[in-house]
Design a protein around this ligand. Sequence first.
Ligand code: PLP
Length: 413
Amino acid sequence: MPTPPASATQRPKPARWLSSGNSITQQFLSLGGRPDIVSLAGGLPAAELYPVAEIAAASTRALARWGSVALEYGPMEGLPALRAAIAARVSAAAGRTFGPENVLLTTGAMQGLDLLGKALIDPGDLIMAQFPTYLGALDAWRPRQPRYERLDWTLAAPGCEATLRQAKFVYAVPNYSNPTGVLVPQGQRMALLDAVMAAGTWLVEDDPYLPLQLDGPAPPSILTSHAARHPDGPYDGPVIYLGTLSKSLVPGLRVGWVVAEAGMIATLALTKQSTDLSSSMLTQAIALDLIESGFEARHVPSMLSAYRERRDALCAALASHLSDWFTWDVPPGGMFVWATARDPAFDTNALYVHALAEKVAFVPSSVFDPDGALTTAMRLNFTRSSPERLVEGVRRLERAVKRYLAARPGRAA
Ligand SMILES: Cc1ncc(COP(=O)(O)O)c(C=O)c1O
């Protein structure tokens, strides 16, 4: 008798780390495609503001300029002219020279996070991370099985210095953090830099929201502040800076970058070799055109006025409908409002189920906690939906809160 063919359930199982992963980002992206649901969940820009015609024209120009080079595998470090353009951008901000050797182009900033995990983290290594922590970073590093300690920006927590000395790196999103929208003041940035220098560790500064300054300028990045203090010689500081075109232009280009001292860039480039050989040369060539032509710089302000209106609409709707149960700060930039329940026993994981029944989605706070224990808050995105949709979403959220409270054992609405 021939052996019957094995079914999929009998074949070898996926790697163990996957059982501790989650599909939440996948879920949010698919919810965003359902017109009956008001999604305040994803972290996406406004699709109707994507400059489709300008990107079509830039693609034509890029292919005319670069020809087959734009269709090749590229150098691992990225299109040299775009590396030089990013180096020039950082040099101008810092008032000192960064060279192409300080820049690695990546397939979105997300790849920068992934490469850092591969290059730096051994199982059990410690990361001191801004808390709550960007879900994508937790996802990227999950296969490496790190431990986490919370970064307290006041650096006043007992044992902070010793923890910093043990950490492989510190992870921070000082500009309009994902998920909280917080803008970290200059004094705290500099204090962290000094503490990192004293501890002799790395500082990963993840800065995708830099262009989305809704209420005036953000303080200088930690990278540029540090570099400005050390204006001579090759840059050899502890900051590993991640940037992207996803928020200033479109996420679909998948163009991001890492800026760091040259040895770290070489290590990350080696790591990239086994990840994707090279990022798309075509989208790098298009990105270069959009930067060199000045289009990126012209595009951002028009986007910001729409985002300001949306943020204000969301916050006004929250004040009208949810202030009995939640508090929040109006974020000075970025894409998110972080709403925290007044009742410390409130559970936004449970609220989420009622929200979906009311056809509105948000991101519950638990996914931004490596331990999943933070259940009192939610992240609300304001960039993706029109002001009218945002107001409708908050109305639905109010109904969901009432359903949740009515369903809570022993509690009255
Ligand atoms: C804090 C943070 N880092 C990195 C990324 C990834 O950006 P990219 O689209 O460039 O991969 C995001 C995207 O939302 C983010 O919020």
